[in-house]
Design a protein around this ligand. Structure first.
Ligand code: B16
Ligand code: MG
Length: 216
């Protein structure tokens, strides 16, 4: 029985994945790294800001102290937050508003489970802030995906057992986190080929049927 759906944010609800990529690419170029690609960026999906920075730094022989790494991560975040200034609800992915409305009218709880510490800002700017029963994000957690903490906190906030939650994710780390937390995992977008997911869909549009399949 499915009683809640927990949405990842970046790449599932909104298109901010493109903005993360642009900011990391910019930082990489400033560090003299020219070949920072979408393939590198795919490994940053769902993981924390500091873990994402390591993906960039793997591409240079230069060594950085922990303090310098914090400064670099802050610099990337400043660029990223600047790029969020013009964000509005046009960044919300196709089918999201309709799917959330469907879930809520069916009595299924909704939550966000995102690694991003910018989650409240993004939800506010995209008109999604009042669409969820709870939000769990990088501001709540000590460990990042693939650890299940962010999803377990979301489940706790809405008072639903993990075994009655479905997580929708676009990252391999997120699919792993959902399964480690004892939840159903639906892979979308970039994670579509992840074999650990219970179900893969190309878009949220096909999820109406998916929820029915899980036995509502
Ligand atoms: P921030 P999600 C994740 O969001 C992104 O996919 C990942 O690339 C990013 O490093 C992480 O948030 C932290 O974001 O720097 O804004 O705190 O996919 O878990 O919604
Ligand atoms: Mg994501």
């Amino acid at each position: 029985m499915i009683k809640a759906v927990i949405f990842d944010l970046d790449g599932v609800l909104v298109t901010t994945d493109e903005l993360h990529f642009a900011a990391w690419k910019h930082l990489a170029e400033e560090l003299g790294i020219s070949g920072f690609t979408k393939t590198d960026n795919a490994r940053q999906r769902g993981v924390s800001r500091m873990a994402s920075l390591e993906v960039v730094l793997e591409k240079t022989d230069r060594k950085f102290s922990d303090e310098e790494k914090l400064t670099l991560a802050e610099k990337k975040n400043d660029m990223y937050v600047k790029s969020l200034e013009s964000l509005d609800k046009s960044a919300v992915l196709d089918g999201v508003f309709d799917f959330i409305a469907y879930l809520r009218s069916s009595g299924i709880k909704t939550a966000v489970g995102s690694a991003s510490k910018n989650t409240p800002l993004i939800l506010e700017k995209t008109d999604l802030a009042d669409k969820f029963d709870a939000v769990s994000c990088g501001l709540d957690t000590q460990k990042s995906k693939p650890d299940p903490e962010v999803f377990l906190i979301a489940a706790q906030k809405i008072g639903i057992a993990p075994s009655e939650c479905v997580v929708i994710e676009d990252s391999d780390a997120g699919i792993e986190a959902a399964k480690a937390g004892g939840m159903y995992a639906v892979a979308v977008g970039e994670a579509e080929n992840n074999s650990k997911a219970d179900i893969s869909v190309s878009s949220l549009g096909s999820l109406y049927r998916t929820i029915e399949m899980f036995g509502r």
